[in-house]
Ligand binder design. Structure first.
Ligand code: URA
Ligand code: CA
Length: 432
């Protein structure tokens, strides 16, 4: 078999067999196939697309290109949750302990943030002394006992995807449904999930800018999940404005604790309940969505979810006093308000630009190697659809540097006030 023939086949709109895809990924992983041939292949896929069968073969080949985590020592159905990316996405901090209260194991392997998107691992690390490093033994033991633990990715998961994703990034081939779907699903499968809940975001802060594109991606991932033997569901959620009010690591921990106390922002809670209910359904706790939501609401209202968060923080060495006094995490030295320049309704808050503003404060990374400052970020006081009076505070900037001029500029340019507006619909669809 020769790679050049496979590129030609795909270029001409033909289909590749499992053997051909397995050959390509094995040889690419070992370095026999060079980046320039893989780039040409990615571009051919960009224009010619792939069938669900091809995407499934590609997904499984990439999943098997490195370590595959064996979670069989965990009791119960392991359901993983994955978001395709957003701004101020605080859901995992709330959802992980919440789902665990219902006896469903949450063995979470999370990643760090890059660019305008935050990472769950960074958010947990904003809790003083919280450790995301754990031996495999302790991880298994923690999840069996507490039903929840969060760790950083260990081992060499889906190295073929790692190389290919970096290559796509510099060859204008990221925005391809078969490529994104196989990239995400290969990592979830290598991480050992039995079942997968996907949060496919849509809007300015997401990969997919339209509901049609997001739906196609969600449908593709659900189908290849099923073809790969993993029960999969997807939610299409709005990411045109940031989720909740807090953007930034410590700010989001505080927001999560409020949410676990039953005082969470409406949009964050709606997304948490929707995703968590799907996790319960995939874990076979109930087959009724409304019933699942009811069970979850009860665990927030009776305080069990907050207690589970406390147990989880203690188990990972974190300072548990922040559970009762979260505000002490907010140590930024500079707090600046941004005031409305006119009265009216908020019509738009451009999610990715607000994410960039938070990144520039130090809440996120411009490059992988950058350090982040947990204390800084943005706390919104208003959301799209809210009315503001001229001079009213739109948000508070938490900074550790007086020079917030550029950040204020970005925020001012990306928050729009107009005649009328309503809050956007958060859930655009559910794909099962
Ligand atoms: N996230 C991934 O992991 N891969 C993609 O291709 C896009 C988003
Ligand atoms: Ca948030």
């Amino acid at each position: 078999m020769r790679m050049v023939d496979l590129i030609e086949k795909k270029r001409n709109g033909e289909f590749l067999s499992k053997e051909e895809i397995d050959f390509m990924i094995a040889e690419y992983t070992s370095g026999e196939i060079p980046d320039y041939q893989m780039s040409a292949f990615a571009m051919a896929v960009y224009f010619q697309d792939m069938t669900d069968e091809e995407i499934t073969h590609l997904t499984l080949a990439m999943a098997n290109s490195g370590d595959v985590i064996d979670l069989s020592a965990l009791e119960g159905i392991k359901v993983d949750k994955h978001s395709t990316g957003g701004v101020g996405d605080t859901t995992t901090l709330v959802l992980a302990p919440l789902v665990a209260t219902l006896g469903v194991p949450v063995a979470k392997m999370s990643g760090r943030g890059l660019g305008h998107t935050g990472g769950t691992l960074d958010k947990f690390e904003a809790i003083p002394h919280f450790s995301i490093e754990m031996s495999e033994e302790k991880f298994i033991q923690s999840v069996n006992q507490l039903k929840v633990a969060v760790i950083g990715q260990s081992g060499d998961l889906a190295p073929a995807d790692k190389r290919l994703y970096a290559l796509r990034d510099v060859t204008a081939t990221v925005e391809s449904v078969p490529m994104i779907a196989s990239s995400i699903m290969s990592k979830k499968i290598a991480a050992g999930a039995d079942a997968i809940v996907l949060d496919v975001t849509v809007g300015d802060g997401a990969f997919m800018k339209t509901t049609e594109e997001a739906t196609r991606l969600a449908q593709t991932m659900v189908r290849i999940g099923e073809l790969a033997g993993r029960k999969t569901m997807a939610v299409i959620s709005d990411m045109s404005e940031p989720l909740g009010f807090a953007i930034g690591n410590s700010l989001e921990v505080v927001e999560a604790i409020h949410a676990l106390r039953g005082e969470g922002p409406a949009d964050l809670m709606e997304l948490v309940y929707t995703l968590a209910a799907q996790m319960l359904m995939l874990a076979e706790v109930t087959d009724d969505f409304e019933q699942a939501k009811k069970m979850l609401v009860e665990k927030i209202e009776n305080g069990e979810a907050l207690e589970k968060f406390r147990e989880m923080v203690a188990n990972q060495g974190g300072d548990v006093s922040i559970v009762d006094e979260p505000e002490k995490l907010l140590t930024a030295s500079v707090k600046k308000e941004l005031f409305a320049e006119k009265s009216g309704y908020i019509t738009r808050m451009v999610a990715d630009k607000i994410g960039v503003a938070a990144m520039k404060l130090g809440a996120g990374r411009e490059k992988k190697e950058d350090d982040i400052d947990f204390a800084v970020g943005i706390l919104l006081h208003k959301k799209v659809g809210d009315y503001v009076e001229v001079g009213e505070s739109l948000l508070t900037i938490h900074a550790n540097n007086e020079n917030t001029h550029e950040v204020e500029e970005i925020l001012r340019k990306n928050i729009f006030i107009g005649e009328n507006a309503t809050a956007p619909q958060l859930i655009h669809g559910i794909i099962t």
